[in-house]
Design a protein around this ligand. Structure first.
Ligand SMILES: [Zn+2]
Length: 107
């Protein structure tokens, strides 16, 4: 079975998740990997933030939001976590870029 919160694979008799520490109850585990859901959000955020760098910086907001959502789900898979962080950082760069442009346009 898998932890519903972080997707860690667990022994059937586990009481606590070994990855995120969530107490394992009948409704907190799943036989399906929830990581794929996190992965989709992480990829969406990363792609939005990346497009934001080159085309439309406001898309960086989605990078920040999706990255934060993914990280709050505590993904245990390195690639998902990396994508979420990358999307978050790129998104912040997008927003800073907007702020810099805005500041220079006013002056
Ligand atoms: Zn867990």
């Amino acid at each position: 079975m898998y932890c519903k919160k972080c997707g860690e694979e667990l022994e059937e008799e586990s009481v606590f998740c070994t990855a995120c520490g969530t107490k394992i109850e009948s409704d907190s585990t799943s036989d399906e990997k929830p990581v794929e859901k996190n992965k989709g959000i992480a990829i969406a955020g990363f792609v939005c933030a990346l497009i934001g760098i080159f085309v439309l910086p406001i898309l960086g907001l989605f990078g920040i939001i999706f990255g934060a959502i993914t990280l709050s789900n505590n993904p245990n898979k390195g690639t998902v976590r990396s994508l979420a962080i990358a999307g978050l950082v790129l998104g912040i760069i997008d927003i800073v870029w907007i702020a810099v442009n805005f500041a220079f346009n006013i002056v």
